[in-house]
Write a protein that binds this ligand. Structure first.
Ligand SMILES: *Cc1c(COP(=O)(O)O)cnc(C)c1O
Length: 428
């Protein structure tokens, strides 16, 4: 067939061929650490990167490779590297680009854990981050300096219901010759494909909607294959000779797959944040129903957000899928099929009522996760965003009177009834 396959077909078939050894139709879990070499020459070629194959599961594993191919396909990228977590994927995305003294320019609207990783932990590597409001493209352009090696944002930002104008940000990144990394966790490739809006790399926490049922911790970096790593001398890990591989130059040798090969041959080899084959299997099972779940997640989120918006106990709802949102028009352009199911609302009765609400829900689970089939609730200021200063909390949309919801795929009417009774207890 010469047809371009649709998303629903690809989410089931991409990367997953019948097992060549047994014909098993579902991708087997290759629960093995190592692979037998055909002979000494074969082994030498694999270690020299002259032939692609399996050596050791810290680097490559057939189950994980199937998931990598599926994710690269769904995002429209050239290649992908799976990692043990979303945070692992962020380090793996930055690792080939950064070095001591280099910086990443990041959006102020980010997952709380990412703000901590970028503002604190990466300093230990000699890297730093500058946080900017990405709606101010002049400020973004001004923040980029000679040491900037990446620009980082989320397509739909966690937790505030904010959507980044990826096209505008990509334009700034492009004219500065710096790669744009987009965390597409909240949107998933079903709702948004950042590469089509100019992203160089896409990272995911597969822990969330991709696996979709709260069973796995995983991450992935997808490379568009479009960035010219050799256009300047700013990305020597990819453009200059690599001593550990007899002076091989990744970009010259692997072209559009340079970043992916480097991620496996150097990143996973030496940082070791590898996804295990069991986790890859669960994630692929989840992805098979991604589009169906995301449709229902979005449908339910719209119903709940509208109901909350009209409730007198609620001060405000921030959901880019509501016409009242300042980012509604932008969402229609960046993620036209829906604004995902993560949003926040604030209570007129403030902090104490938020805490009481969370203790009163019956169907919603109070957990620090999102993107589950189950509906989830959390008070960000006292949990996920606790490490941040009050200014950072407010900038991230996690002020003390704000509750975050991740709407699941249950009956919307049951979810509304649950919030209604909990709101009565919290404010009564
Ligand atoms: C959860 C999350 C992460 C971190 O992913 P882990 O799999 O928990 O390491 C990063 N970015 C966003 C947007 C997330 O929601």
């Amino acid at each position: 067939m010469t047809r371009t396959l649709g998303f629903d077909t690809l989410q089931i078939h991409a990367g997953s061929r019948p097992d060549p050894a047994t014909g098993a139709r579902q991708t087997p879990i290759y629960q093995t650490t190592a692979y037998v070499f055909r002979d000494a020459d074969h082994a030498a070629k694999l270690f020299n990167l002259q032939e692609v194959g399996y050596i050791y599961s810290r680097l490559t594993n057939p189950t994980v490779a199937a998931l990598q191919e599926r994710m690269a396909t769904l995002e429209g990228g050239a290649g992908a590297v799976c990692c043990a977590s979303g945070h692992g994927a962020q380090i793996m995305a930055l690792f080939p680009l950064m070095g001591p003294g280099r910086n990443v320019v990041a959006s102020t609207r980010l997952y709380g854990g990412t703000v901590t990783q970028f503002s604190q932990t990466i300093k230990r590597f000699g890297w730093s981050a500058k946080f900017v409001d990405f709606d101010d493209t002049d400020a973004l352009a001004a923040a980029i300096d000679d040491d900037t090696r990446a620009i980082f944002c989320e397509s739909i930002a966690n937790p505030g219901g904010y959507v980044t104008d990826l096209d505008a940000v990509a334009k700034v990144a492009d004219s500065a010759g710096v790669p744009l990394i987009v965390d597409n966790t909240t949107a998933t490739p079903y709702l948004c494909r950042p590469i089509e809006h100019g992203a160089t790399l896409v990272v995911h926490s597969m822990t969330k909607y991709l696996t979709g049922n709260g069973t796995v911790t995983g991450g992935v970096v997808v490379d568009s294959g479009k960035f010219d790593w050799s256009a300047s001398d700013r990305f020597p890990s990819l453009s200059a000779p690599e001593p550990a591989y007899h002076g091989l130059k990744f970009h010259e040798t692997f072209g559009a797959l340079a970043f992916t090969f480097h991620g496996i041959a150097v990143g996973l080899r030496d940082l070791g944040m590898t996804l295990n084959p069991q986790a890859a299997h669960y994630t692929m099972l989840g992805i098979e129903t991604l589009s169906l779940r995301m449709q229902r997640h979005c449908e339910n989120a719209v119903k709940l957000a509208k109901w909350l918006e009209n409730d007198p106990r609620v001060a405000a709802v921030t959901y880019a899928g509501l016409p009242s949102s300042p980012w509604y028009e932008r969402a229609q352009r960046i993620c036209p099929k829906g604004a995902s199911s993560l949003f926040t609302f604030s209570l007129k009765a403030g902090y104490d009522a938020c805490v009481k609400l969370i203790d009163s829900v019956e169907i919603f689970s109070h957990v620090a996760n999102l993107g589950d089939t189950r509906s989830l609730i959390i008070h960000s200021a006292s949990t996920t965003h606790r490490q941040l200063t009050p200014e950072q909390q407010a900038a991230a949309g996690a002020a003390p009177d704000v509750v975050r919801l991740s709407i699941g795929i249950e009956d919307a009417e049951d979810l509304i009834a649950d919030l209604d009774q909990a709101l009565s207890k919290a404010t009564g």
